[in-house]
Design a protein around this ligand. Structure first.
Ligand SMILES: Nc1ncnc2c1ncn2[C@@H]1O[C@H](COP(=O)(O)OP(=O)(O)OP(=O)(O)O)[C@@H](O)[C@H]1O
Ligand SMILES: [Mg+2]
Length: 253
């Protein structure tokens, strides 16, 4: 695909030294699954920015494109129209953005490993030494106040405890951007609230951007910002193309 004009502009006008670059810029980004009569336009014409200070909940009906947008932001899917890029996560062009942690909906822990081993596992895969990986994992669990869960197997954890371990696994890798897809979808309000608390705490401690999707308006309102998706579109009057122009112009000055 030909680079979108916005992305090309950015390549020619990188963020000046000292400015905090956006973690993610979406400019009229779209994603269509499949082709022909089976094509599904999951995300359409989405323009938005994610900054290190972003703490946003995306709400919207089932099928409105929330997960697809998060997958685009994570680099797990690519845009089929428009552009999405990661100025603060390695510049442009960038095939695969680094330092993005994802919390998935539902169980994601490896059943044969205890909680500490689950948190350490991705670090070990990333070639951090075994000892260092366990230390970083322990530190992440300590920050979230869940070291008492370290030796438990996933089957011994409640849904809320397992999600907090999954958050620890993400923050142990020191992400600059945390994406959480319905992290409280299977939890009651109390357990869901605790998971949101640890996500907000982690984002603040790491100065990381935080984007979560949720069906639950009460959960969404625990975050300072709310965006709404409907039918693949992001509905937010503050996220106009004019705002995008301002953002990119600021990067050039
Ligand atoms: N892998 C896929 N192949 C084809 N279509 C898909 C795929 N994933 C999602 N879709 C379709 O894309 C649209 C958006 O789906 P998406 O999962 O992004 O919505 P969502 O807002 O996250 O929904 P939910 O709240 O149910 O999780 C839906 O119509 C869905 O059926
Ligand atoms: Mg979804």
């Amino acid at each position: 695909m030909r680079p979108h004009q916005g992305a090309a502009d950015f390549a020619a006008n990188p963020v000046p030294p000292g400015a905090v670059p956006d973690l993610v810029i979406c400019e009229r980004a779209a994603h269509t699954y499949g082709t022909g009569i089976t094509a599904v336009v999951a995300v359409h014409d989405v323009t938005c920015r994610v900054l290190p200070s972003t703490r946003v909940a995306i709400t919207g009906p089932s099928g409105s494109g929330k997960s697809t947008l998060l997958h685009l932001m994570a680099g797990l899917e690519t845009t089929t129209a428009g552009a999405l890029w990661w100025p603060g996560l390695g510049g442009y062009p960038l095939a695969h953005p680094g330092r993005i942690g994802i919390v998935f909906q539902g169980p994601s822990l490896l059943p044969a490993l205890d909680a500490l081993e689950n948190v350490a596992f991705p670090l070990q895969m990333a070639a951090t030494g075994d000892h260092d990986a366990k230390e970083l994992a322990w530190d992440a669990m300590r920050r979230l106040g869940i070291t008492d869960l370290a030796g438990k197997l996933p089957q011994e954890l409640s849904g809320g405890q397992a999600q907090r371990v999954a958050v620890a696994r993400v923050i142990a890798a020191d992400p600059a951007l945390i994406l959480a897809d319905e992290p409280t979808g299977q939890l009651d309000h109390h357990a869901g609230g605790l998971v949101i608390d640890v996500l907000l705490q982690a984002a603040d401690e790491l100065s990381a951007g935080l984007v979560i999707s949720t069906h639950d308006p009460l959960i969404a309102h625990r975050l300072p910002q709310q965006w709404t998706m409907n039918d693949g579109r992001l509905l937010d009057p503050t996220l106009t193309p004019t705002g995008m122009t301002t953002a990119r112009s600021a990067g050039r000055s």
